[in-house]
Design a protein around this ligand. Sequence first.
Ligand code: NAD
Length: 324
Amino acid sequence: MGGGLRADRRADRRDARDAEEHTGRDAMTTTIAFIGLGNMGGPMAANLVKAGHAVRGFDLSPAAQDAAREAGASVAASATEAVSGADVVVTMLPAGRHVKAVWEEILPACAAGALLIDSSTIDVDSARAAHAMAEAAGCLSIDAPVSGGVGGAAAGTLTFMAGGSDAAFAEAKPVLEAMGRKIVHCGGPGAGQAAKICNNMILGISMIGVAEAFALGETLGLSHQALFDVASTSSGQCWSLTTYCPVPGPVPTSPANNGYEPGFSAELMLKDLRLAQAAANTTGAATPLGAEAAQLYALFAGQGHGGRDFSAIVEWLRGMGVGK
Ligand code: NAD
């Protein structure tokens, strides 16, 4: 399909959306290829199906393929087959090298003018390289990593942080809205990944800070609830305390009340902290606490805790005390 025809199709979709706003009906279906149907991609693809899109998925794992079929997607025999004739392609893969390899493979089969959305969490350099590959192939692209975890993916309440041109973002927004609640355009190519790793560096550092405060409070005879009641309404207030409290009790929905089942695993936190460190090394930014947090999570995960929720680091910190 030629670029002009693709542009026409995009214009048709815009008209259809306008019509939909007036009539409340789904006037035109978008064909979406979804590559990487794992813990996050599986439920995200299912929400695209629920929103009325025609979803053609692909994953290397037969179990992920079966789950996608059950959710109402069709499953292609290869990534290349999945993208052929698709208006939009979403990738949700483990790391930058997977995204670059898959994009390299699929771009020759993508229609000119197609929109590629990468929602994986990857390094900023790989994200920018992927954008350049898409541009060279005459495709639109955005990096759109997410926060909200597996629960948010299933509920369709993810936050998307997007990087790319205004035109690409305008095309992507309605697709992302079927999978998330908050969609933020953070800037040009790579800006979504930049926002993601900066946010998660705050999260890793703040979780360690909150965990250290509870561990210190315990040694001083302070109850968890008393510290929570004070800090949650004082200057120590933060998400790691008030929404995701690392000790059982004060926040009943936090993983601490569920044996530290993730949630968000220590392994994934370590991945994001390492991405932040790689970016800091490239740009020369000073991130001493980010570096320390990466080192602590590396030790924690290295001692067999990688699959636990990242807030379980409180137990490990307790164990590091000298116990006077
Ligand atoms: P996952 O391992 O469950 O899923 C990745 C999927 O990609 C797997 O099913 C794998 O088979 C598939 N895959 C790998 N290479 C492929 C290829 N060449 N072609 C087709 N499929 C391929 O991981 P996940 O938890 O779904 O995470 C995906 C991304 O989302 C990661 O970048 C992760 O950092 C990010 N993320 C995860 C969470 C979370 O809570 N799990 C939260 C936010 C962001």
